[in-house]
Structures are given as structure tokens and as C-alpha cells.
Design a protein around this ligand. Sequence first.
Ligand code: WTA
Length: 648
Amino acid sequence: MSEKIENLLGENRTFDPPSSIVENANATKEWFDLAEQDRLAYWQKQALERITWYKEPTEILDDSNSPFYQWFKDGELNLSYNCLDRHLETDGDRVAFYWEGEPGDTQEITYQDLYERVCKLSNGLKELGVKKGDRIAIYLGMTPEIVISMLACARIGAVHSVVFGGFSAEALADRINDAEAKVVITADGAWRRGDIVPLKKNVDDSLKLTDHIESVVVVKRTNNDVDMVEGLDYWYHDLVDKQDSTCEPEVMNAEDMLYILYTSGTTAKPKGIVHTQAGYLTGVTTTHSAVFDVKEDDIYWCAADCGWVTGHSYIVYGPLANKTTSVMYEGAPNAPDEKRLWSIVEKYKVNIFYTAPTAIRAFMKWGVEHPQAHDLSSLRLLGTVGEPINPEAWMWYHENIGSESCAIVDTWWQTETGSIMITPLPGITSTKPGSACGPMPGIDAIVVDEKGNEVSKGEGGYLAIKTPWPSMLRTVFGDEKRYIDTYWSKYDGMYFAGDGAKYDDDGYFWLLGRVDDVMNISGHRISTAEVESALVAHESVAEAAVIGRADEISGEAIAAFVTLIGGFEGNDELITTLRQHVSDKIGPIAKPKSIVITNDLPKTRSGKIMRRLLKDISEERKLGDVTTLANADIVSELQTRSSESADE
Ligand code: WTA
């Protein structure tokens, strides 16, 4: 970590907030004052102002059973009502989504349309026997139905578990089993760079590995042939078209479960992060308004996928509850060519654009001629999320997308935090390229040392959150022990985020990446253990060690080192097979970029694989003392093989 800290210390450019934003910014300095004086009163004010309640809460925070905190626990509300119904009287005609399909088809969906489509699916799900508290898996591409499905669940009190459409059948089955989901909503396929991702076929395969699913609802999108089984599979349009276009929203308690979203941790088994209703909605609406400074007439585009938390919070719940007009795009950023995103910005006159550093690095590689071919002058604010942004990429974004006049917000948060935690506020903060600046009002983020003491300015350590916040995760689904062990055991009473961080001399936060065995590939978390266990599941592999090594585009790339079972020959063909095998097990996103086959792995005398050493070897760094290794001679073999191995 120290090397990264030193690199960043060289960054001393600052950018004042654009005066056009300062004058009329949604979030002001008073927010910080109020939160500082009385943190709970600040959150109560946000919750009461932003949410329409059936019953207003009288209690703000119940911390009597920490770390199982409860927020606004006697309040009653419905999130679908807050995202739809309450806007209809005055703004039913307002566009909720300008949706753009990858092949070029479009839909303009008003709040009234969205409301009716959500009600119809809600009634359809009820017809299938879905009740409050049931878990529903959603395995869809980025068509309007993914949003509609999430909101229909919220409307009837079902718990959604969205599984990213790039995950494999096996990964889907694991998540269905863990959540005990009884319905899965999917599509015949999803468009991706002109190809069809066979979603329904994957669901069929996953059903061989689970027996929880009672019904499969299938959206027709790509028109490829799919197998439909009578009494199990239902076409979405057959189920929905005949339904009534109103559906009474279920009255939910503030702490009823809203969704489960699986994310990688330090073991092979993904964690089902649980979010509940009112605290989550408070967090996402507050941050969506404050950080993106969204105004009534703005066109807002969060270019994420609903399969990740960014889509949950900043495509669905935050923007819709705030009555925002969004752009939603189905496909790949380079389909049909590298100008696609910029043509969409120009077409809809997008004002606010939110993406990941990995995407920005890809734009840099593709070349400035693509953004330059379009009029991007509508843009006012740019955001990033998912991984540290290197100052060079920040500057490129600033110059080539933001024409040096847009505010840029580098937002740090996690699936677990539910909403943005550390970020500049566009009308207040002077930004520094590469720094997420500081905590939101009401968020007690600090950098601490190994013992939990706050470090001084100019020093680095671990990121921790000192006090609970409304949109925090409530538990790991079905595993309270893991919730406590992962997040609340390292420090007494503080949330451990698993990220390294430092303060600079001005007290700005610099996020330095994960400190555990979790990789960040293109802004998405994948655990080393998950990929290792996929590898050893292959008949040829005896042992596997996986690390994330620095990569120009994706931030980190997966590098695997494997030893083989006697009798198997390590050749290029086997490497190709193993890469495909991991893709089948987890999904293409987890495919190792390089695999080195070796006779042994570097181990300590107690038998622990030295991953750090493998990282140094992969990144071709000078190695320190390796004499503590039980098998020191393996190092030179690995250095040779690693430099010979060709990236895919
Ligand atoms: C990383 C995504 C640096 C971090 C919303 C965190 C970041 C993990 C930033 C969460 C940022 C996210 N700067 N690192 N602005 N944003 N991260 O759960 O390591 O998919 O712990 O949530 O991404 O990833 P997750």
C-alpha cells in the first residue's frame, strides 16, 4: 500500500466548484452544520422531507442490539408508492426513462406508463402466488422490465435478488439456493455487442441445481428459440397483458426487507447483503439529490447495470423517488461503435453522467475522436464509482468529456453502504483529481490504524465508519455471524469497510483499494477464493492461487497460478479450457486474464500460499527476502513462467 500512497502524494492540482453550480446547489454548508450539531436530527429531517409515509416514525435509531441497528423502525411506507404513485397527480406525463435498446429501438416511458406496467406485473406475480416476504430472483438484461420487476416486488412486499445477467447458470443457482427464491424473472436473451446472451437457457441449466423455483417468467426480447415448460415457464406478456393496471401497494414496515444483493467477500461463497426500506430510501434520495445536484428539468444518466448496487440505488430507487428523468441504455458502450455513448448524450442532451473509472480508461484507449464527434455541451456534472480513479483518467474525463467546465464527483461507497458515503459535493467542495474528498454530512468516516486509532493528516490506514447510517446493510442473509465477523469484529463498535485509505495534508480522503482478498475487476468485486475454488473444481487442477494484478484498463486483472494433478499436461489448450471453465462456473467477468501452470506454489513454512509474492511476480517487481519460504527455488521458476505467459 505504501507505494500507492507515495504515488498519490504527488497530486496537488485542485479545482473549485463551478460557479454555475455553487449558486443554486441542492446541498449547502448548512447540511454539514446540522449533521455536526445533531446527526440523528439531520437524518430524521431527510427521512421526513423525502419520504411519503403511511405512518411517520417516532423513533430515529434503535441501537440497543448493535450491530443490528434499526432506523425509523415504527414507520410505515411503500417504496414503489414513493417512486411512482405520489408523482402521478402533477407529473404523470413526465418521462421517467428514455430507454435506448442496443439495436437502436427506443421507448419513452412516462411515470404514468411505468406505474401501470409495475401494477400489472405486481398483479401477475400475485397470480403466481407470490406473497409478502417471498424472494424473487431477477436475471435480466437492461430492458425496462428489470426496473419494473424490482418495483413490482417492492410494491407487493416481495424481496428482490437481482443477479447480474453476466453471471453463469451455476452462479445463478447458488444465489437462488441461498435466498430460497421461488420465482425467477428472466428473458429469452439479452443483447450484448450484437450477440445474444442466452438468459433463459442459463435459467434452465440453473434449475438442475436448485429445486426452489416454482415459476419462471420470461420476457421476449431477442426472439431466439427457448424451451417453455407448461406449468413452470410463463411468457411475461401472457402473464401481464391481461392484468389490471392498478394494484394497491402493500404497507411495509421501515425495517422489512427490500432486497438481497450478492457480493464477493473473502471466501468462495458470495454474501447476500440485506437492505431494508426506509433507511435505504433516505440514503439514496438524499445522496442522489446532493451529490448529482439533480434539478427538475435535468436529464440524468447512470450508465451502470441494475445487476449491481449502483443500478439499484442510482438508476431505480434514488432517481425515481426524486422524480428524475433518466436515460437507460441496454447494451455495450462500443456497439455498434465507440461513439455510442456520446451519441446518446447528444441525442437526449444529457446533463449528468455517472460511470466507472474502468469505462473511462477504455474511452481513453479508444481515442478522443469518438467524444469529439458529438456535441457534449449539455453535460454539467460527471461522476465516477467502483474503484479508485487515477488522476490521469480524472483529468482526461475533465478535459475530454467535461470540456473543463463540469463538476466531477468521485463517489466512494459499497453494496453494503447502500448509498454514497465519501464524495465531493458539487456546489461546495474543491476537488483534487483522484481523491473522493470527504464524507457526506451525517457519515462518520475515518481512517484508522491497526488498533482502531484515527491516523493523522498525511498518514494512511484502514477506512472505518464510526457510527451507523440509515442505508447501511442490516445483515448477511441467513448468516448473522458472518455479518458480525466481516464488518464489526476488527474494531470495537466501528464498521470495517475492507478498504485502505489515507488522509492528505488537507484531510482529504484518498481510497487505496481493498485490503482483503477481494479483487476489483472493472469496478466489480470478485473474491480470489471464488475463482480459486472454481479452478480446483476442474479435474486437472490440484491447487490454485489467484491474485489481482494491476491492469491498465480494468484496474485489476485476474492472474491465476495452478498446479496440476499428476498425468495432466500443462499446455495452451488446457489454459484455454481452464479459463472457459471459470467463465462457466462464475461468469465471463471472472475469467482469468492469465494462467500460469507451475510445479509448486510459493508457501510459508506453515503452508500458507504467499499471494503477495505472486502479485509482486506478476507485476514484475523486485522481490524482497524470500528465505522464509518453504520452497524458495519455486520463485525463479515462477518469474520465468509468468513473464512468458501470454495475456488473453
Ligand atoms: C471500491 C460499488 C475507490 C472499494 C458502489 C469498495 C472505490 C468497493 C470507489 C465496493 C471509489 C467503490 N474510489 N474505490 N470512488 N467506489 N470503490 O460493493 O474497494 O461493488 O470497497 O460497490 O469498490 O464495490 P461494490
